[in-house]
Write a protein that binds this ligand. Structure first.
Ligand code: ADP
Ligand code: MN
Ligand code: MN
Ligand code: MN
Length: 371
């Protein structure tokens, strides 16, 4: 007979306390064909002192839609590692890039091209801050804590809500926040969103390629934390039709010269470049984003690029404080919650800092969508 779930965790705790005899557990995480994370674990003999100490590994790509059955090995190349908040101790979470057997990057590995652009423009010290919005569902795929077969009262009291009936699942969010801090993710804040059971966390500022790395790990940690509560996480940009807010991933950006007096001119020049590539950017800003970018619910329509100070109905917003001081950063409000941050930060740097001969983010995206 199985024991009640409440007792199971007490039993497990006994085993988690056992001495690991110096061995390290390394959870290798990768990005799959659906834009979710997957992971598997291996034992290491000692703690790495840099990412170069971590062995390359592989997985069966035919089980994840990332490789054909007759040539199924996909290789996992470690690129960064973090403290593991679940296993604790010296155990680690390892972020990896996926590579094919023939030495080419796997078609869902957008980090590789992005990293080239970030490296080429490292002198610009590009900082990003991503605002990841997401929605909670229960195990039966109902929005978490919504009345069965019905809807909660209309939006209004829920954004940054306090009190019973105004905010849901604070325990999940709080646990995730601590997990990020423990792991060393540069999480900068959290808030409850406009739609009940929708939340946001922010990661940043992070420089260059670190932005994509840290956001992916923060998402992984969120899925893992929510799993313990039996809660599902959706990154869909319009999880519910009707008068409910969609979910985005606002992308805050600054270069070194934007962050010093006179920076406003550099920001204006960047916005002029963004306006010219509106359609190409939108193509990389997440799937089903057309359901969200309607011109309602604090979004701009997809039709044309727009920008404005303190305007939450524009494609790009310049925060009031930035306009006042004359330097700082801007916020691209177009990206959807389900973006690959490597595509978004990559094309951003390509557009505002300049393209480079051996990387093209738009082609990179087309590579995925055509085959
Ligand atoms: P909003 O007012 O749009 O809700 P948030 O406070 O949620 O903004 O998020 C702002 C994000 O911008 C944070 O992740 C923060 O770290 C980031 N950020 C702040 N300053 C800069 C900067 N100079 N360059 C890039 N990102 C920045
Ligand atoms: Mn925000
Ligand atoms: Mn938000
Ligand atoms: Mn925002």
């Amino acid at each position: 007979m199985s024991v009640p779930i409440t007792q199971q965790s007490t039993i497990l705790a006994k085993y988690l306390d056992l001495d690991q005899r110096g061995k390290i557990l390394a959870e290798y995480v990768w990005i799959d064909a659906e834009g979710n994370t997957r992971s598997k674990c291996r034992t290491l003999d000692k703690s790495p002192s840099s990412v170069d100490d971590l062995p390359e590994w592989n997985f069966d790509g035919s089980s994840t839609g990332q490789a054909p059955g007759h040539d199924s090995d996909v290789y996992l190349r470690p690129v960064a590692y973090y403290a593991d908040p679940f296993r604790k101790g010296d155990n680690i979470i390892v972020l990896t890039e996926c590579w094919n057997n023939d030495g080419t990057p796997n078609k869902f590995n957008h980090r590789h091209e992005c990293a080239k652009l970030m490296k080429a423009h490292s002198k610009e010290e590009v900082w990003f801050g991503l605002e990841q919005e997401y929605t909670l569902f229960d195990q039966f795929d109902n929005v978490y804590a919504w009345p069965q077969g019905g809807f909660p009262a209309p939006q209004g009291p829920y954004y940054c809500g306090v009190g019973t009936g105004k905010v849901y699942a604070r325990d999940v969010i709080e646990a995730h926040y601590r997990a990020c801090l423990y792991a060393g993710v540069n999480i900068s804040g959290i808030n409850a969103e406009v739609m009940p059971s929708q939340w946001e966390f922010q990661v940043g500022p992070c420089e260059g390629i670190q932005m994509g790395d840290q956001l992916w790990i923060a998402r992984y940690l969120l899925q893992r934390t929510a799993e313990e509560f039996g809660v599902k996480i959706s990154f869909h940009p319009k999880p519910l039709k009707g008068d409910w807010n969609g979910a985005g991933c606002h992308t805050n950006v600054s270069t070194k010269s934007m962050r010093v007096p006179g920076g406003m001119e550099v920001i204006d020049a960047a916005l002029a470049k963004l306006a010219k590539r509106h359609k190409e950017h939108l193509a990389l800003y997440g799937s089903d984003n057309d359901l969200r970018l309607t011109g309602r619910h604090e979004t701009a329509s997809m039709e044309a690029f727009s920008s404005g100070v303190a305007n939450r109905g524009a494609s790009v917003r310049i925060p009031r404080s930035v306009a006042k001081e004359g330097y700082g950063y801007f916020e691209d409000r177009r990206p959807a919650s389900n973006i690959d941050p490597y595509l978004v930060t990559g094309i951003m740097v390509e557009t505002i800092c300049g393209s480079i001969p051996d990387a093209d983010m738009y082609k990179e995206f087309a590579r995925e969508s055509t085959d």
